[in-house]
Design a protein around this ligand. Structure first.
Ligand SMILES: [Zn+2]
Length: 736
């Protein structure tokens, strides 16, 4: 019975490890090599720093005064999250941080499992890691901050938002998944020499699933304090014998993530007969130390799953780094810095920070539900995500005729709304230490089911207020977003634009992974026969300056989705991206279209299944770092596709009318003649001229002339006669 119990426990431990076996624990080396390519002088710098370290270590080793100082190190944890599993609770992080200190004070119980040959070599770093109690502005904190970003996925250095001065705090960022630069890693860190070259990335970045897992952060902290992997800095364990410049960690190939198997624990490859000879000051051989002939597989800097110890030699190396000015590490432990960061003060009892998120709704196909019709059967679901203290109770308040206008639900609350428009959501979070309120007036949008038109609808984005029922979402509240724009347009000076251009030499905040939406009002497309085209014009460019000089890729993309379920299900019906989206080429400055020919017609057939009495469309933009701004104008729902050159090329007529039928005026699209002069007249059915005009354009060029709705006094059919080079052509237009 007893034996069975032991077997069961072993099996559970192995399974838990199996889940982690896909990872190489650490990609510190890869980042070091990447940095070395960028800054070749880093190699010399690191060599000098290592030599200097050697000298200090020699002095310390020969010193008769024992080094018993306990060093205190302020830390801050940045949770970069999108309200997923990576948004770890404060209490989980307090536990994790407490354990890191346990390891750095050599109080971890598992040192009892260290194999006999290494027991004499177990080192005590004698360091304590403290969550800061003062932030860089001197404000009280619990040493944990949170920032919502899509960059919690496929993270890299660019996800290191909001770094606190790295010579005052060790920054630890927690993310959900790593991107290509750290594929398969659980975490990585900057060794001091690397941090000198890119101080704004100095710190540890760690998967949330490893933040509170065993020795992951203690291992990375070893790198922060200049420790290498025991086999060197190849990040290829179990390949070739290597060394970490620490004497009492025998040479080793290192070990791939695996259980604590005897083959690793008693591995003698590389270490057999390993001894070191030390010279005395007069140059004669002083002493020979015969180190263990097994490798130190239980070292926290190895990749086994039995990381239990640092060696005494590693401890000296870490303490040397921590007392060196390189990367400002020695400032961390000064009395003045400990006072500045409040590292030694007890954690203050602070009020909660109120926060909430919109959850994925159970009936919605979309990730989160931000847009639903009034009285939708699908619900918007909100979740309390308040933090920074143990929340005792909450009070929700919702506008727009919510089914639950107030609630004290601590978890998830579903709501339906009867009044169209932006919903105001307010959450009060209370704790023993106080209260905090978060009010957001643009969290979710309730769409009006009343339709604004159907076939023949046009929207030329003439004013912000004219498109009040076209809600725009900047989901991550950053500079990449949709906006109403005045300064360009077709036939007027206004349009929509997506702001993808980013000239700043930012170190964080890559656009990749972001997306932003515009939703249309409802259209009635029922009772129509034949094709319906969703038409609009775009003008876009890319930029290969700034952070991406010479890049040949345009990574931005745009998609159009449709919903006939009141916003609960969306289906993509079209899109474009890359060079097609950025058809105006490379602009090093923010792009603005300046002529009519800069606009490209876009037409998407709306499949018949979406010709319903209540059809919505959504424009979604995915920025990709190499984009410039994209402009959109003259949206219409037409029986014919949009187009200037295209329509002219396919037409036997010398001009075209767009849109037709028309509600808010229409455009004449034509190619001018040799003198560039055109004149046109509009007659009603009785033959009476209701409007005429004459203009001069560039000769033999494709042009567009906008005719306002005022030119046609009443709804009905009109005849437009255009004269080019003395030749008259007449077309019909229907005005609603
Ligand atoms: Zn490592």
């Amino acid at each position: 019975m007893f034996n069975k119990f032991i077997l069961l426990v072993v099996a559970i431990v192995c399974l838990a490890h199996a889940g982690y076996a896909q990872y190489k624990p650490c990609s510190t080396d890869e980042h070091y090599w990447q940095l070395l390519e960028k800054y070749p002088q880093l190699a010399d710098y690191q060599k000098q720093f290592d030599e200097q370290t050697e000298r200090v270590i020699a002095e310390r080793t020969s010193s008769t005064t024992p080094d018993t100082t306990t060093y205190d190190i302020p830390i801050v944890i940045h949770i970069i999250h999108d309200y997923g599993v990576e948004d770890l609770a404060d209490t989980v992080l307090y536990d994790a941080a407490a354990y890191w200190t346990v390891v750095y004070m050599k109080q971890n119980a598992d040192t009892s499992g260290v194999i006999t040959p290494f027991v004499p070599y177990i080192g005590k770093p004698n360091m304590r890691l403290h969550l800061a109690t003062k932030d860089p502005n001197g404000k009280p904190t619990k040493g944990i901050v949170r920032f919502q970003s899509y960059l919690t996925e496929a993270a890299d250095d660019g996800a290191k938002f909001g770094q606190w001065p790295p010579n005052e705090y060790v920054n630890i960022w927690v993310i959900n998944t790593f991107g290509a630069s750290a594929t398969g890693a659980a975490a990585y860190a900057y060794i001091p020499a690397s941090a000198v070259f890119e101080p704004y990335y100095d710190g540890i970045i760690c998967l949330s699933s490893y933040a509170n897992y065993a020795k992951t952060v203690p291992h990375e902290m070893g790198h922060v304090l200049n420790l290498y992997h025991p086999w060197g800095s190849t990040n290829s364990p179990d390949v070739a014998c290597g060394d970490d410049q620490v004497d009492d960690t025998p040479p080793t190939k290192g070990h791939n993530p695996s259980g604590c198997l005897p083959v690793a624990l008693y591995d003698t490859a590389c270490a057999t007969g390993y001894m070191k000879t030390y010279m005395s000051s007069d140059g004669t051989m002083d002493s020979v130390v015969n180190y263990p002939d097994t490798t130190n597989a239980q070292n926290i800097m190895d990749y086994t799953y039995c990381q239990e110890m640092f060696t005494k030699g590693q401890v000296v190396r870490m303490r040397t780094a921590l007392t060196s000015a390189t990367a400002g590490r020695n400032n961390l432990i000064t009395a003045s810095n400990l006072a500045l960061t409040g590292a030694l003060a007890p954690m203050p009892d602070l009020p909660p920070i109120a926060d909430f998120t919109v959850n994925k709704c159970n009936t919605c196909s979309d990730l989160r539900s931000y847009f639903l019709i009034a009285n939708s059967t699908s619900s918007f679901t909100f979740r309390n995500a308040s933090w920074n203290d143990t929340v005792s109770d909450v009070l929700w308040t919702f506008s727009n005729g919510a089914t639950s206008p107030t609630s004290t639900t601590m978890g998830i609350i579903g709501n339906h709304f009867s009044t169209p428009g932006w919903v105001t959501v307010s959450l009060v979070a209370n704790s023993n230490a106080g209260s905090d309120t978060l009010t957001n007036t643009h969290t979710v949008y309730v769409a009006d089911t009343a339709t604004v038109g159907g076939l023949g609808y046009t929207q030329s984005f003439t004013s912000d207020s004219a498109i009040a029922n076209w809600p725009m979402f900047n989901f991550y509240n950053n500079q990449f977003k949709w906006e109403f724009y005045t300064g360009a347009g077709i036939g007027d000076n206004s349009c929509l634009r997506y702001r993808s251009f980013d000239s700043s030499q930012r170190y964080t905040g890559s656009a990749v992974g972001d997306h932003d939406d515009i939703y249309t009002p409802a259209f009635n497309l029922s009772n129509t026969t034949g094709n319906i085209y969703l038409n609009f014009y775009t003008s876009g460019a890319y930029t290969h300056t700034g952070l991406y000089p010479g890049s040949t890729y345009v990574n931005d993309s745009f998609e159009i989705d449709v919903s006939i379920t009141g916003g609960s299900i969306w289906t993509k019906i079209g899109g474009f991206g890359g060079a097609s989206l950025a058809d105006k080429g490379n602009y090093g400055v923010e792009y603005v279209p300046t002529s009519i020919t800069a606009w490209k017609p876009r037409s998407f057939t709306i499949p018949a299944v979406y010709h319903t009495a209540n059809t919505f469309f959504r424009f979604r933009y995915h920025p990709g770092n190499t984009g410039n701004d994209l402009y959109i104008d003259n949206f219409s729902l037409d029986a014919f596709p949009a187009g200037i050159n295209e329509v002219l090329a396919s037409s036997t007529s010398s001009f075209n009318i767009f849109p037709n039928p028309a509600t808010n005026g229409f455009n004449l699209i034509f190619k001018t003649g040799n003198d560039g002069t055109i004149s046109y007249s509009i007659k009603d059915l009785t033959g009476k001229v209701v409007y005429e005009n004459k203009k001069v354009f560039a000769s033999n060029s494709v042009q567009q002339e906008s005719v306002s709705r005022d030119a046609t006094p009443a709804a009905g059919m009109y005849f437009v006669t255009l004269t080019i080079d003395g030749v008259n052509t007449t077309q019909k237009v229907v005005v609603y």
